[in-house]
Design a protein around this ligand. Sequence first.
Ligand code: AKG
Ligand code: FE2
Length: 293
Amino acid sequence: MQATADVQTTNTLDGLIDLTRYPVDDVDGEAGRALIAQCRRQLDEDGCVVLKNFVPKKALARLEAETERLSPEAHYNQIETNPYNSAGDPEKPLSHPVNRFDDRTNGFVAGDRIDGDTIIRQVYEHPDFQRFIGAVVGMEEIHQYADPLADLVVNVLREGCQHPWHYDTNEFIVTMMTRQSHGGGRFEYASGIRSPEGENFAEVEKVIDGDRTRLKSLDLQPGDLQVFFGRYSLHRVTPVEGDKERHTVIFAYAKEPGFIGRPERAQRIFGRMAPVHERLLEEGMDRSDSLAD
Ligand SMILES: O=C(O)CCC(=O)C(=O)O
Ligand SMILES: [Fe+2]
């Protein structure tokens, strides 16, 4: 019976998302449409929207416990990166942004460690949530990755760990904070600092040098959901201070179904591959796309 199935689908988000404040289960209703319009306006202006307390207070202890349990499974890969995730350019001065390398020191828990009964996976996979995110980012449809490692990941930053200034290559990123550190671990960004028309290196250099005039710094808390267009907004997570880890969950979606990241990337980011990556490696992967770093 269709009606029963619908009711069940809708119900699973009950208690996991504050549906009164954020009616993602009714995007065609008046409140749903108003919410989407507001999110779209903010994304348009700022490239970022934060939905505070998206997960209701009652579910926070459970949410925090989920990534706390998973975090020992994180794979840490320390790399030196510039904002462009590219090689440096010896023709340019050392002060140029392309030559500004810094340590990226986070750990990732891969998606195949995150069970179906967790809040994070239930939200990530829920058709209503996907429809809502699609409407917010202006895409008719969005699809979960078909990559069992990179679809849903926990980003773990221990004391002293950071995610230095960078741009994303993903169209958009959806993150949910599940645990905040005692100090540091702030998400900072320079909205729209570059554009398809130009890199704006002079301004980027100022930001890397410590100029904070155009920066926004978010006070994210467990249960907050963030949608971010990181392709044109330079951003970072500042070093974590204190012995409490910072956890964010990254929900990865693509425009087309069936997206699988490159096997080499899986190996680098997660320290291993899934069977699907091994198969692709054997068959030889004829494709140019790759995931954002
Ligand atoms: O953990 C976060 O808040 C965001 C990290 C980030 O910028 C990224 O994964 O590209
Ligand atoms: Fe990023």
